[in-house]
Every structure is written in C-alpha cells, then in structure tokens.
Ligand binder design. Sequence first.
Ligand SMILES: Cc1cc2nc3c(=O)[nH]c(=O)nc-3n(C[C@H](O)[C@H](O)[C@H](O)COP(=O)(O)O)c2cc1C
Length: 307
Amino acid sequence: MNLSVQLAPANKKGLKLINPVMTASGTFGYGIEYEHLFDIQKLGAIVCKGTALEPWEGNPQPRIAETPDGMLNSIGLQNIGVEALIKEKTPVWAGWQVPVIVNIVGRTIDDYAGVAARLDKVPGVAGLEVNISCPHVKAGGAEFGVNPESAAKVTAAVRKATSLPVIMKLTPNTAEIVHIAQDVAAAGADALCLINTIRGMAINIKTRKPLLGNGYGGMSGPAIKPVALYMVYQVFKAVNIPIIGCGGITTADDAIEFFMAGATAIEVGTASFKNPRAPMDILEGISGYLEKEKIEDIRELIGAAHM
Ligand SMILES: Cc1cc2nc3c(=O)[nH]c(=O)nc-3n(C[C@H](O)[C@H](O)[C@H](O)COP(=O)(O)O)c2cc1C
C-alpha cells in the first residue's frame, strides 16, 4: 500500500512525505514536546509554531475560549523568533526522520522575506509554510491574506528569498479564496494549505465585555470542518499545485473527506489538544480504510469527489 505523497513536485528539493498526515501550526509546539507521547517519526510531517524575525509577545490574556464543537484563540502569534529557533530547535530536527516545516509570520513583506532567507539551507528545515493571516502594518492592519494582490506579493518575496519548498497557508476570512489561491500559485507557491482559523468572538455576559483579551479571535475545531472542506473542494478545481487540507479534522473519516475534496495531505490541529495522539490515530485509521476498501495508493482518493 502506498501512503507517500509529494507536496512540492515543481521544487528541486521536493517535499516527499511517507504519509499525508501532518500536524497544524500552533497546535503541536515544535514537535519535541510530543516525542514522549508517541513515535512522531511515523508522521508525514510536523509544522511548527509560527516564527517571526524577532520574538513576539502575543496578545493579552485570556487567549482561548471554548465554543460548541470548537475553540477560539487569540494567541497573537507569540513566538521565540527565528534566531532562537535556529539555535534551540533546528539541531534537534536535523536528527529526525520526519520532515519539519517552519510556519513563518511577519508584519511587513520584508519581514517574511527576512525569515525565509534566514531559514534557507538551515539543516533540519524541510520547507516553509507561510501564514498570511497576519495584519499588514504598512497597509493599515488588514490581513495580507484577504486580498489576491498582497497575498501574491508575500508569495513572490518568500519565493525569491529561499530555495526551500514554499506552502502558502490561506485564510478563510475572505470572499476571494479561489482568486487568491490562483494568484498565489502563479507567484511561485509549491503548495497551498487551507484553512487557517475563522474570525469569531465570545462575550462575557457578566462583565458585558469581549471574553478574549484581544476582543476577537480565530475559531478552529470540528465546527469549521464543512467550511474548510468546501474551500478545498473549490480551490482544487482552480489550481494545479498540491493542497493541504486543514480545519476540524478529528478522525480518519474527516481526513478521507478532505482527500476526496482534493487535498494531497492533511493537517491535524485542535484535535491534538483533546487527544495528543490524534495525528497517529488518524494515520492508523487512514491505513485501515485503504486496506478495507482495497485501495493500493492514497493518491487514488485525491479529488475523487469531483469525478
Ligand atoms: C492555539 C492555536 C494556535 C495557532 N497558531 C498558528 C500559527 O502560529 N500559525 C498558523 O499558521 N496557524 C496557527 N493556528 C491555526 C491552525 O494551524 C489551523 O489552521 C486551524 O486551527 C484550523 O485547524 P483545526 O480546526 O484542526 O485546529 C493556530 C491554531 C490554534 C488553535
């Protein structure tokens, strides 16, 4: 049975995974924290917490709230910065079998290009995943990812700064997801990841104030799965680069739906908070499904719902 997939077919280095199960940024630390819980080397890839040029402090507390079948977070991309990442984390990853993809963030286009350039050729880094759900400080604070032009500009700048495979992670907080996906692909992305969290809020009815310190946050978990699935389905028809599906994936059946919608691989996020073994359980469930259905190659499922 073949479970392996290629996420960067047009890239010289390529990004071959032994299976399509990845962890979602911000929900699995640097992988190192999970090493004692199960054999993380068996996963397809690990995506680490968003990393900027300098350390970021993140948003005021409280930063998380539960919602029906999901959660809200407003961590604010708190991170240790790229220099600490290179010093403390990448030497560990360099000894691993499982590829580690660094999720990168920035407040300006130069920030993104700077982190990308710094990580180029660092042993232990297999690729970059670019989070464009960050406020663009020079353009009044709207997310880079909400319009095709700024999304493509970030893509082109990162593409120029690195020879590593580049995955652009799209935000669902836009009406233009298909157009953005097309422009980002044209600007040199090797693959896409869909989706990041959906904007939302909760209000404390005692204090009459927003519950999160930041006022609003990003929603994730099972409740967002249908939205993410539909976006993957739509974008699959519009681009020719691999798509990584992400959003509410909790079971192997969820993952299989994403493959059928057009995903080449999937990321497990919020599910890991409830069950830290979730990525492994999902991987085992996918293998079991293929065996039961007598499917020899996972790639047969990609886009099956479009036939
Ligand atoms: C606590 C938390 C932190 C996150 N941090 C990041 C991040 O640093 N960079 C990023 O691109 N996405 C981040 N995300 C978004 C997830 O990677 C994922 O796209 C989203 O949660 C949807 O998947 P899920 O429903 O499986 O969690 C974060 C999500 C959560 C819940």
